[in-house]
Design a protein around this ligand. Structure first.
Ligand code: SF4
Ligand code: SF4
Length: 340
């Protein structure tokens, strides 16, 4: 079974290394979140619809994701927001030997040692091998650094250091993240030196810190998987190369690029990937061959899109074009949450 192969690799080299090596697949448990990070590519926030994965459906999709031979996790939004649903899901998954390899959290729940030990202990009891804990100036705008520091300390005790996917920054550096978030000049410098993808909320809130360029001169930027990007986005829609594939609470098979590849309740994720993601729909086709420049030209020609003269990244041009096209192609560009 694919899950056993991945489990074994995680036990050999640890969770984060195995994740980078084998790539990842995730359940987007909900688009709701306890916080509203300025870099959030899915624009998650507490005000999103109260929609969460049903536990039985979630276990079925965990089974589909484990078939991919990737490191499987539960993310969001913030999955801890629905603790009872998450706990039931993990119990059902454990009974079927389908537990996710790790859970991702922003640590807002980690207000005291007792709750952290209780939740991480439960994860371990249910066959979860580790956790991913988020920390940077965007998260620490809202989550007290002490929460992350506490969660990282206890997670290392419970799962072992190699199974805690988190920054190695010192406690002092993590506390400084909150200072950076409060200081516009330092935040601006942080965004300029390590820009996030300017999609979702990052497009609205952080792009202004970076100088735009004429769209035919946008400098090459890192891809989701790192490294400079070509103009086309073939790697983002290649079954072997795509960094991350998700199933969301609406059954969408979703990418980091906000393009729906299919419905997991109709066609299993492995089958979708075997058929070829570049052929999943006309948007993946255009982006794979011509990148966002091709999609912007399509939007101009077919729907009168005013192509922006400048952008900071190809992903920003892509997001602006996709957001314009969404009212025409909601079944491919969605769900609504990530385009609002
Ligand atoms: S980046 Fe993560 S923690 Fe931040 S708003 Fe988005 S889902 Fe929530
Ligand atoms: S340009 Fe669009 S499709 Fe390509 S990597 Fe960026 S968001 Fe994804």
């Amino acid at each position: 079974m694919q899950r056993d192969v991945v489990d074994q690799r995680i036990r050999q080299i640890g969770l984060a290394k195995a994740g980078r090596e084998m790539k990842v697949a995730a359940i987007l448990f909900t688009y709701r979140c306890t916080i509203s990070c300025r870099h959030c590519l899915f624009a998650c926030t507490r005000a999103r619809p109260d929609v969460v994965m049903d536990p039985h459906r979630c276990v079925r999709y965990l089974g589909q994701l484990h078939e991919l031979g990737r490191v499987v996790h539960v993310a969001g939004g913030e999955p801890m927001l629905y603790w009872d649903v998450l706990a039931e899901t993990l119990q059902l998954a454990d009974e079927r030997h389908l537990s996710p390899h790790f859970i991702e959290t922003n640590c807002s729940f980690a207000k005291d040692d007792a709750v952290v030990r209780q939740r991480f202990g439960y994860f371990k009891q249910r066959g979860v091998l580790g956790v991913l804990l988020s920390a940077d100036p965007y998260h620490q705008q809202s989550v007290p650094p002490g929460n992350f520091i506490r969660a990282r300390r206890i997670a290392r005790q419970v799962f072992g250091q190699e199974n805690v996917w988190a920054t190695d920054a010192s406690d002092e550096q993590v506390r400084d993240y909150a200072e950076i978030a409060r200081d516009e000049a330092r935040l601006s410098e942080y965004v300029r030196t390590s820009p996030p993808m300017f999609v979702g909320r990052a497009c609205a809130e952080l792009a202004r810190f970076v100088e735009p360029a004429p769209i035919d001169q946008i400098p090459p930027m890192r891809a989701w998987t790192g490294g400079p990007r070509p103009r086309h986005c073939a790697a983002e829609f290649d079954a072997d190369e795509i960094w991350e594939v998700h199933v969301d609470p609406y059954d969408n098979v979703q990418t980091n690029c906000g393009v729906i590849l299919g419905k997991a309740d109709r066609v299993a994720v492995r089958e979708l990937m075997a058929r070829g993601l570049r052929e999943a729909n006309f948007v993946t086709g255009i982006l794979s061959q011509e990148g966002p420049w091709g999609l912007a030209e399509f939007a101009r020609r077919e729907h009168g899109f005013q192509v922006p003269e400048t952008a900071r990244q190809k992903c920003e041009l892509c997001y602006l074009t996709r957001r314009f096209l969404r009212p025409h192609y909601g079944e491919v560009l969605g769900p609504a949450e990530i385009y609002e």
